[in-house]
Design a protein around this ligand. Structure first.
Ligand SMILES: [Zn+2]
Length: 92
């Protein structure tokens, strides 16, 4: 079964949310879509992701734990930048 666009989008957004909740990524106070590196070590996101998965909080989003962990691994590096990209752009 292939994933729908909506499902992919939901999974992507959920992965970002887990990373922000864990403190691995930070969301810019000014830009809702400005996401950058947080103060917490990357591994913390796997701890929180596993915890949320075990509690059933990710039900309907990920059908496999491995699927969630792989997506976290794939998505987070894209946002591992020092500052909000929008703020950087505006200050130039
Ligand atoms: Zn910003």
């Amino acid at each position: 079964m292939s994933k729908t666009k909506e499902q992919q989008k939901l999974q992507h957004e959920t992965a970002i949310k887990i990373a922000i909740d864990a403190g691995v990524l930070t969301r810019c106070k000014t830009h809702a879509d400005g996401v950058f590196t947080g103060a917490v070590a990357l591994t913390e996101v796997y701890t929180l992701g596993n915890e949320q998965y075990s509690k059933g909080q990710l039900e309907g989003v990920f059908s496999l734990r491995r699927e969630m962990l792989e997506l976290l691994e794939e998505v987070i590096p894209e946002y591992r930048v020092e500052k909000c990209p929008h703020c950087v752009k505006n200050s130039n």
